[in-house]
Ligand binder design. Structure first.
Ligand code: GZL
Length: 351
């Protein structure tokens, strides 16, 4: 946990004696402040005090750093919720472990932050810890991924992407592609490399693509296998599927990192993708590296999933601070990239 700020009692603006807090943390076996933003130092007795007049403290539980997309999402939030923009950000990387997210959220509650932001690694299991945040009077904002809770008042708003729509976009693109190739009536064998099991990204994309696939009796879903949104697992999973099936026509990777891994396995097997009569490769996220592969005709289509939600998050928090009405859901703008349109977007892609 990067501690950029330790909040005192209540919502009032405060002064914290960093030296005292550092000793307390040492006694508790914690690492003293690292990266502490000290606005003034009293050199007479060596104590350091930190004042943060009119800054908004935010505890951010990021699920991990598993993909290019995730790193871009983290950077987007850190850039938007900077001290210069009026925030003190406490950042925690849960390394894909929900238990670590629970621990981070409870830490934010004990530090009485003004807001808690969570990218939930999986959908289930959030009711208890979010009830604790509600009891503490701290608004919770979901970023990127959804949760399944009985009481929707446990979170204030969701800012992210419509995963179901992303999955459906991939299915609709495949319908058009097969029509254009004149093979819409032929048997089509499909494998899917899925992201983190139980995440709203994996569930939404699977359901959205599945709804389109259900319209076609000749679309054979050979297998869906977990690639954990990582390149390494994507390679391993693709290699296993190539070993299992020798008649795969369509490969759906639920993010670019798994597509990069799949391409490693396909290349090692001497199998090409993207071209006429070659296997079709469908991916999600729209990272620069992947868009370059779309332009080269290696990835057939990439469904954008925009990680740059930091500015919108900052605006929503500011609206909450000002007492302005806010929506329960904010979706990011997203595109479908193909060889026909991708070139105009690659240059400016910042992830
Ligand atoms: C989608 C996001 C997914 C990305 C992956 O919003 O949660 O998680 O598609 C990332 O790259 O790992």
């Amino acid at each position: 946990m990067e501690i950029l700020n330790l909040r005192g009692i209540g919502k009032s603006k405060y002064k914290v004696t960093a030296l005292f807090m550092g000793i307390v943390m040492l006694l508790c076996g914690c690492r003293p402040f690292s990266g502490l933003t000290v606005s003034d130092v009293n050199t007479e007795d060596g104590t350091e005090t930190m004042s943060n007049d009119s800054l908004i403290s935010v505890g951010f539980s990021q699920l991990g750093s598993e993909s290019t997309w995730r790193s871009a999402n983290t950077e987007s939030v850190k850039a938007a919720l900077s001290t210069g923009n009026g925030f003190f950000l406490i950042f925690d990387n849960a390394r894909q472990k929900q238990e670590k997210q629970f621990k981070a959220v409870r830490g934010f509650i004990s530090q009485r932050v003004d807001y808690i932001v969570i990218c939930p690694v999986i959908q289930d299991g959030w009711d208890v810890v979010l009830s604790e945040a509600k009891d503490a009077g701290i608004p919770v904002i979901l970023l990127d991924r959804y949760i399944s809770v009985a009481d929707e008042s446990l979170y204030t708003t969701f800012i992210g992407e419509d995963m179901y729509a992303e999955g459906a976009s991939a299915g609709k693109w495949l319908e058009s592609y097969l029509e254009e190739e004149g093979i819409a009536g032929e048997d089509i064998n499909i494998v899917v490399l899925e992201g983190t099991s139980g995440s709203s990204a994996q569930a939404g994309r699977t359901k959205g693509f599945g709804a389109i696939a259900a319209r076609h009796m000749n679309w054979n879903m050979l297998a869906s296998a977990n690639g954990e949104f990582t390149q390494a697992k994507g390679k391993e999973t693709m290699a296993r599927l190539l070993h299992e099936f020798d008649d795969i026509d369509i490969i759906v990777c639920q993010n670019d990192d798994m597509a990069f891994g799949a391409l490693e396995a396909l290349n090692e097997a001497g199998i090409k993708t993207g071209g006429k009569g070659e296997k079709v490769l469908i991916s999600f996220d729209g990272t620069k590296q992947a868009l370059e592969l779309v332009e080269q005709g290696v990835i057939n289509v990439d469904i954008e999933c925009n990680p740059n939600s930091g500015d919108l998050l900052s605006k929503v928090i500011s609206d909450l601070e000002d007492g302005n009405p806010i929506e329960k859901t904010y979706y990011m703008d997203e595109k479908v990239f193909t060889k026909e349109n991708v070139s105009e977007y690659i240059e400016d892609r910042n992830y």
